[in-house]
Ligand binder design. Structure first.
Ligand code: SAM
Length: 246
C-alpha cells in the first residue's frame, strides 16, 4: 500500500527534511511571497518535506491537507521532531474543512493534480481558502508525461495513451495500478482564468519533478517537457469569476 511507504521511509524522510530545499524555480518565485511571513496551505501534502523548505524560506505556518491518515501522522511527527510550524489535517479535497481566508499562499503539485476529479471544484475551494490577493503555486508533472515511454535509447510516444484522455492507468512505480486524472495545459489555464486567477508565471521544464532512484529515460534528456511551474494571483472577488470578463 502506498501509505505504508510513509512508515517504512519515516527515518529517511526525516533526514531529508532536515536539509530540505525547494527547486531553484520555486525558490526564486516563492521567496518574495514567503519572506514577509506568509500562511501557507498545502493541499495533497503527502510526506510534507517541501513544507519544511517553505518554512526555511520564511513561511509563518504551513497547513498540509491529505486524506491519508498515515501520511498525515508521519508528516506531523516529523514536524514535531524538527520543531517547525507545520500542521497536518486529514481531509478529502475539495472539502479541506479549513476556514475561509486562512492562506496567503496555496502550494501544491508534485503528484497532486492526478488525483483531482473536478478541477473547477478544487480551484473553487482554493479560492475560498485564499486571502484577497493571495497566490496559488503549482509545480506539477507536465500533462504530456503520461505519453512518454520510459525507453532509454530514444523518446517514444506510447501508442496506448492520448493527450486528450480523461484518465490513464499508472503502470510504473510507485502508484502502479492507480487511475490518474488528466487535464490538458489549456484546460488547466482556462480553469484558472474561469476560477478568478490571474497567471503571473507559467513555464514548462524539461526535467521531471521527481526521478525514481536509478531510472533513466530518453524523455528526460532535455528535449521534451516533463514538468511545469505556475504562479497565479487571486483576482478581486467578482472580477473574471466564471469567465465573466473573458
Ligand atoms: C504523490 S503524493 C504527493 C504529495 C506531495 N506533493 C509530496 O511531494 O509529498 C499525492 C498525495 O495526495 C493525497 N491525496 C490524493 N487525493 C486526495 C484528496 N482528494 N484529498 C486530499 N489528499 C489527497 C495522497 O494521499 C498523497 O499523499
Amino acid at each position: 500500500m502506498a501509505s505504508q511507504k510513509h512508515i517504512r521511509e519515516y527515518e529517511a524522510l526525516l533526514t531529508e527534511a532536515r536539509t530540505a530545499t525547494l527547486l531553484p524555480t520555486e525558490e526564486r518565485l516563492l521567496r518574495p511571497l514567503l519572506e514577509a511571513g506568509a500562511d501557507v496551505v498545502h493541499p495533497m501534502s503527502g510526506h510534507g518535506i517541501d513544507d519544511v523548505a517553505l518554512v526555511s524560506l520564511g513561511a509563518r505556518s504551513v497547513v498540509g491537507v491529505d486524506y491519508s491518515p498515515t501520511a498525515v501522522a508521519s508528516a506531523q511527527r516529523r514536524a514535531h521532531e524538527l520543531g517547525v510550524p507545520c500542521h497536518y489535517l486529514v481531509a478529502q479535497m475539495p472539502n479541506s474543512t479549513l476556514d475561509s481566508g486562512c492562506a496567503d499562499l496555496i502550494y501544491t503539485g508534485k503528484g497532486a493534480l492526478i488525483w483531482v476529479d473536478d478541477l473547477a471544484a478544487w480551484l473553487m475551494e482554493l479560492t475560498r481558502l485564499l486571502r484577497p490577493g493571495g497566490h496559488l503555486f503549482i509545480y506539477e508533472a507536465h500533462p504530456l508525461v503520461p505519453l512518454w515511454a520510459w525507453d532509454t535509447d530514444e523518446i517514444r510516444v506510447r501508442a496506448d495513451r492520448s493527450y486528450f484522455a480523461r484518465t490513464n492507468v499508472n503502470d510504473t512505480f510507485p502508484a502502479h495500478g492507480a487511475v490518474e486524472r488528466q487535464n490538458t495545459l489549456a484546460e488547466l489555464v482556462m480553469a484558472l482564468v474561469r476560477g478568478g486567477f490571474a497567471i503571473e508565471h507559467f513555464a514548462e521544464h524539461p526535467e521531471p519533478f521527481w526521478r525514481p532512484d536509478g531510472a533513466a529515460a530518453a524523455a528526460w534528456d532535455g528535449r521534451v517537457p516533463n514538468s511545469y511551474s505556475l504562479l497565479a494571483r487571486m483576482r478581486d472577488q467578482g472580477a473574471g469569476r466564471d469567465g465573466g470578463r473573458f
